[in-house]
Design a protein around this ligand. Structure first.
Ligand code: HEM
Ligand SMILES: *[C@@H]1O[C@H](CO)[C@@H](O)[C@H](O)[C@H]1NC(C)=O
Length: 473
């Protein structure tokens, strides 16, 4: 009896499976990117079929310029707009968010362009950067004057100082994060794993490598969508403004302090941009310093290349036909995962899987090395949908690193530096968070030294991403 049931159940499952496969086969247009189960590899773009949803994963840098030109149909704004309903925004608000999604006049498309000018090089960016540098410098001063080494977790410290500096700079005197309760709520939201991540993680480890990256990317795409949603409310602002800066700063600090030679070289470079006056006060103009330290800048860029994990989600709003005839169907999701772009050997060379702090600062093409393809460098997104906070974020991360390197020795309590695992990093984080913090001691290099840290101003972007590069490529 039991076996009859099993056979019938088996038969039903088999029939369902075959018909689903047939359905997938029938609904997959021959002109669409190949579905991944065809097992054809080295594809520039491929389709992942999920129930009721197709996801195109971009696997070639070559397709990016073409896709970015099609920004009306390959849309990031649509993700933000779709998200509005989840947070229970009013009908009117939703109507406005969905209006004119394919034109630069639509709300969801245009709002980032209203905030971008105030975050681009100029007086307003200088003002928030100056405030941030003030806070960073004051925090370090209070640590230097405690009369001895300060023990802390490197991640805990990075997060605390970056959140203090960023929120003071962006929110100003009304900064709501001065309230310990609000600050704590934010921490909880940004570092707790969402309920699905365990399951998704388990599924991902069981799939072939090529697939696990994609499955993780889907989880991430979903979470980015949630996070874009939240951006509609205050927690949403916090995600856009805060969620990437601290984890990124932590990785930069980790790479520099854990490598004695790199630390030495960067300290040397920084020291040349600092001067002592007749009263033995040491002066740093952070704006001039940042412009004079290519090694530090390159290490920051390489850290973002090596660790960024944002999935670059887009929605296809209208059928799109690519130059080679490939069809992208309306209603699908498209992803340009940084993890794929940042490890592409055709863009970065055979050592793409290695951390090389000189990759960006070395003269392009020197020592017979491949000149990196900057279109494949996407920590801040790209094209029409490029992070408007990138100049500010870069200023802050470079400033905290420069001050820490100039003023402290950072020594692991365990005796040596070990790169932490990141298996339990919450998928909403654009840079992986360490499973366990590294306990360190901050030892002031010269407690008696007095520092005067300022930020005069900058009128040119640093050229970190290709969109901002002047005569770079
Ligand atoms: C290292 C730090 C940061 C990184 C890596 C980062 C990265 C990104 C990425 C990848 C996107 C989405 C674009 C895409 O998917 O192509 C984005 C969007 C955005 N970021 Fe950042 N970001 C950082 C810091 C900041 C800061 C400090 C602010 C504000 C002060 C900010 C404000 C925004 C806003 C408002 C958007 C939405 C733009 C839109 O909807 O078009 N970001 N960021
Ligand atoms: C993605 O591109 C890489 C590098 O060309 C290739 O090895 C891999 O097979 C491609 N993935 C798919 C699914 O085609």
């Amino acid at each position: 009896m039991a076996s009859t049931v099993a056979i019938i159940a088996g038969a039903i499952i088999a029939i369902i499976y075959v018909s689903l496969r047939f359905l997938l086969y029938c609904t997959q247009d021959a002109r669409e990117p190949p579905a991944i189960e065809t097992d054809q590899y080295r594809l520039p773009i491929y389709t992942l079929r999920l129930p009721f949803q197709r996801i195109y994963v971009v696997n070639s840098t070559g397709l990016i310029p073409e896709l970015q030109k099609q920004w009306r149909s390959v849309s990031f704004a649509a993700i933000a707009a779709a998200a509005g309903s989840v947070v229970g925004m009013s009908k009117d608000a939703l109507r406005i968010m969905h209006q004119d999604l394919t034109s630069e006049h639509g709300f969801s498309v245009s709002w980032p362009h209203f905030i971008a000018p105030s975050m681009a090089p100029g007086k307003e960016l200088d003002a928030i950067t100056r405030r941030s540098v003030e806070v960073l410098s004051a925090e370090m001063e209070s640590m230097r004057t405690q009369g001895g080494p300060v023990r802390t977790g490197l991640w805990a410290w990075s997060r605390q100082i970056m959140e203090a500096a960023t929120t003071e700079a962006v929110w100003g005197p009304q900064n709501p994060y001065r309230d310990a309760g609000i600050a704590k709520a934010w921490r909880h939201a940004s570092s707790s794993p969402p309920p699905c991540s365990n399951t998704c993680g388990t599924v991902a480890t069981k799939l072939p490598r090529e697939w696990s990256a994609s499955v993780m990317s889907i989880t991430m795409a979903y979470l980015v969508w949630v996070r874009t949603t939240l951006r509609a409310g205050e927690l949403g602002n916090a995600f856009a403004v805060l969620s990437n800066t601290a984890p990124c700063a932590w990785w930069v600090l980790y790479h520099i302090f854990s490598d004695a030679q790199l630390l030495d070289e960067i300290r040397h470079e920084l020291s040349a941009a600092v001067y002592e006056d007749e009263n033995h006060v040491w002066h740093v103009d952070m704006a001039r310093l940042l412009a004079a330290c290519p090694l530090l800048l390159g290490t920051f860029q390489e850290t973002m290349r090596y660790h960024a994990v944002n999935p670059g989600p887009r929605v296809i709003l209208k059928d799109v036909v690519l130059n080679d005839g490939t069809l992208l169907k309306k209603g699908s999701i498209l992803m340009i995962p940084t993890t794929v772009q940042h490890t592409d050997t055709t863009a970065w060379g055979d050592d793409a899987d290695q951390f090389d702090h000189l990759r960006f600062s070395r003269t392009a093409g020197a020592n017979g090395r491949k000149k990196p393809n900057r279109i494949a460098f996407r920590p801040f997104g790209g094209g029409q949908f490029l992070c408007p906070g990138r100049h500010f974020a870069s200023n802050e991360i470079l400033a905290v690193t420069a001050l820490a390197v100039l003023q402290f020795e950072v020594v692991p309590v365990g005796g040596k530096w070990v790169e932490p695992t990141v298996e339990n990093s919450p998928p909403q984080s654009a840079f992986p968070l360490p499973d366990e913090d590294i306990q360190v001691e901050f030892r002031p290099r010269d407690p008696k030294k007095a520092w005067d840290v300022t930020f005069s101003g900058v009128d040119q972007p640093m050229g970190i991403v290709s969109e901002d590069a002047v005569a770079d490529s």
